[in-house]
Write a protein that binds this ligand. Structure first.
Ligand code: BGC
Length: 359
């Protein structure tokens, strides 16, 4: 999959900084809190809970390359019961489960989902909860909606209606993530409208379920300024992904055209390299603090073709920086090309694991 759009520069932060300044000035000369916009309104019921729940998400790992393939096993990975215990014992507190629902749902209304596949996801949830892991149920690789959002709007909502009904009795430790990395034609104005409709659909059966939602541009930090969420719904966690510098994290990635010349790119952790990442974190936290939304870094990782010492430095830097800012995270991913677990040796990649979870 081509993800080079993550490289595109954005200058919207200038606008954001200016509007933030105007906003603060306006706030100062307008002391009556009842007139403040929702972003600065007093903390509402449920807010503390969602921040607490986000802290419990804590340190997570993506169970990638299994359920977001067209069928589990197509990409060589089938989830095993033992993985859940391994993950919990290693010190992770949550898992994010990428799932290609669109490959298991009817094309026509009411977009019924294959019963067997639903049972498989029930099993994943059961295993996670049995090991005290919080679990994020994600909608992944719905590629068709990125190409033609209007044609897939009803199906997207229909699938969420069915999922929400199916999982409504699950405990709060089960979180729903609306859609992985909206991109291409799913532009901000379309995505914001869809988010609103999807939240309303899910809230009919899951009034307080924690929902995870990210910006367009492949969940790009720079697109947060375009993300609009219903201000009154305080049970939302905002997600973003971090793969910068892309030439380092995606060097030699088979799904990124032109990434072979990037092979050999290292990450030394120099001041300039750190600053590049800190700038992105600053944008995310500035956005979130202003709106009182908890943040979840739902994906970050460096492909195995990068040298291990660089991967370890980068991974540790990103994870610690997130934690210092109260941002929960999920490493991309468990046991495939970015894997923190080496399935062939049936052992953790100890250095990467320590980068994520220091002893
Ligand atoms: C995609 C994976 C990809 C990873 C890193 C994920 O969102 O689903 O296919 O390997 O990002 O590019």
């Amino acid at each position: 999959m081509l993800k080079s759009c993550r490289l595109c520069p954005h200058y919207t932060y200038i606008v954001a900084v200016l509007s933030a300044a105007l906003f603060l000035i306006a706030g100062c000369i307008r002391p009556d809190s009842s007139t403040l916009p929702p972003a600065l309104a007093p903390v509402q019921a449920g807010t503390a809970d969602i921040f607490a729940l986000n802290q419990r998400l804590g340190r997570g790992v993506n169970l990638g390359n299994a359920l977001e393939a067209n069928y589990e096993g197509e990409w060589g990975l089938v989830l095993q019961e033992a993985y859940f215990q391994l993950i919990a014992e290693a010190g992770f507190t949550s898992i994010r489960v990428p799932i290609r629902w669109s490959a298991h749902a009817d094309a026509q209304p009411p977009y019924a989902i294959e019963e067997k596949f639903l049972q498989r996801i029930d099993w994943v949830i059961e295993q996670a909860l049995a090991n005290n892991l919080l679990v994020v149920i994600n909608m992944h690789h719905y590629d068709e909606i990125m190409q033609d959002p209007d044609a897939h709007r009803a199906r997207f909502l229909g699938i969420w209606q069915a999922l929400a009904a199916h999982f409504q009795a699950q405990p709060p430790e089960v979180l729903f993530e609306l859609l992985n990395e909206p991109n291409t034609n799913l532009l901000p104005y379309r995505w914001n409208a869809l988010v609103k409709e999807a939240i309303a659909t899910i809230r009919a059966t899951n009034p307080t379920r924690a929902l995870i939602i990210g910006p367009t541009g492949w969940n790009n930090v720079n697109d947060l300024v375009n993300l609009e969420l219903p201000a009154e719904d305080r049970n939302l966690i905002v997600t973003f992904h971090l793969y910068e510098p892309f030439r380092f994290t995606h060097q030699g990635a088979e799904w990124v055209a032109g990434s072979d010349p990037w092979l050999g790119t290292t990450w030394e952790g120099s001041t300039a390299e750190q600053r590049q990442l800190l700038t992105l974190f600053d944008k995310a936290t500035t956005w979130a603090e202003k709106r009182q939304r908890p943040l979840f870094l739902g994906e970050f990782g460096a492909y195995s073709k990068a040298d291990l010492p660089s991967r370890v430095r980068w991974t540790a830097f990103v994870a610690r920086t997130a934690e210092e800012r109260g941002i929960s995270w999920a490493y991309w991913e468990f046991g495939a090309g970015f894997g923190v677990y080496d399935r062939s040796r049936q052992a953790w990649n100890e250095e990467l694991l320590r980068a994520l979870i220091p002893e």
